[in-house]
Write a protein that binds this ligand. Structure first.
Ligand SMILES: N[C@@H](CCC(=O)N[C@@H](CS)C(=O)NCC(=O)O)C(=O)O
Length: 320
């Protein structure tokens, strides 16, 4: 059960006008919900106009003075996956308070939440929104006013103003959220065989349907020629499937490599401008394995090729 995000203001509201350089993101790169937001920021050309802090992939341990399970800003903390600090990790720079924990950003607003992602207003020092579905939609709607570096012709439109396309996106979002994005957690974290089995079946049933959707007419993206929010919300889970979820979430029914059209879709999306810089498999591996499995992080797979390098090879699907 995922908590309901309590901050639901939106850019464009009177108190939160769309202005370049005003807004800030707090994320963790192993979190698939944050991944939606880092993808939207990059593909919309907002890297220079929306600043961002990155928490360490593992939350605080049981012996932490502030208690366990808090996202922490720890840029000097060595990660077991590499043995050295993770270069993407930052201190907390958005609030000018230099907080150690994400919890403290909420506490400054009198709130008792602790989740990421957070969209923050550096001008008024207030949290705008902490729901990834809202955040990607408002970045898309206000990309130009927020200072996107991409011209109108180059900037993607993640939620096109077309009722038929929008209802197709909404339907895909719902199915992909329930059976894939959140479904992976239902399978991986369940302690009940029947709950796990149902989530396992629903997950691979949806993968088969998406494979058929792409195979039917060879379309490059889920709703046709252009990629949309539906593709962006599917990518974080499929990016994690072969190198993490196949093992960690017990979703070992198949690899994405076993779905030729989905594999080529994954590589096609990975090749889009801004996508490769939006992810980190080291953070994912550290986050999903670093506190479980005796803290020993599985190094595979390396066949047919290491990940994420494999995502640069759409042809791998044919050879697999
Ligand atoms: N509905 C929220 C969910 C965010 C979420 O669940 N984030 C997780 C990290 S993957 C989190 O921070 N959980 C911490 C907590 O809620 O204690 C969104 O999509 O933004």
């Amino acid at each position: 059960m995922r908590g309901i995000s309590g901050f639901r203001h939106t850019i464009g509201d009177p108190e939160f006008p769309a202005e370049p350089g005003r807004y800030h993101l707090f994320v963790a790169l192993n979190c698939p919900w944050c991944h939606r937001v880092t993808l939207a920021r990059n593909v919309l050309g907002l890297q220079d106009s929306i600043s961002m802090d990155v928490a360490f992939p593992n939350r605080t341990a049981d012996d932490d003075p502030d208690g366990p399970n808090h996202w922490q800003f720890a840029p000097d903390l060595a990660a077991s996956v590499t043995g050295i600090p993770l270069p993407e990790c930052t201190a907390e720079t958005g609030t000018d308070q230099g907080f150690r924990l994400v919890r403290d950003i909420y506490r400054a607003e009198g709130a008792d939440e602790r989740s990421v992602p957070i969209l923050y207003d550096k001008k008024t020092n207030h949290i705008v929104n902490n729901e990834s579905a809202d955040i990607i939609r408002m970045l898309d709607r206000h990309a130009k006013a927020l200072g996107s570096s991409l011209g109108d012709a180059k900037r993607p439109n993640l939620y096109p103003d077309d009722s038929a396309v929008r209802s197709e996106i909404d339907l895909l979002n719902e199915q992909i959220y329930v059976t894939i994005n959140n479904g992976a957690y239902k399978a991986g974290f369940s302690s009940d065989q029947s709950v796990y089995a149902a989530a396992f079946d629903a997950y691979f049933e949806t993968l088969s349907q998406l494979e058929a959707r792409l195979a039917r007419d060879g379309r490059p993206f889920l709703t046709g020629e252009q990629f949309t929010e539906a593709d962006l919300r599917l990518f974080p889970t499929l990016y994690r499937h072969d190198p993490v979820y196949h093992l960690r979430m017990k979703l070992n029914g198949a690899k994405i490599l076993d779905y030729p059209y989905l594999w080529r879709w994954l590589c096609r999306f990975y090749a889009l401008p801004g996508v490769a810089d939006s992810n980190s498999l080291d953070h994912c591996r550290q986050g999903y394995f670093g506190r479980s499995w005796n803290g020993v992080i599985p190094l595979g797979p390396f066949k047919p090729m290491k990940y994420p390098e494999a995502y640069k090879h759409p042809d791998l699907a044919n050879r697999h």
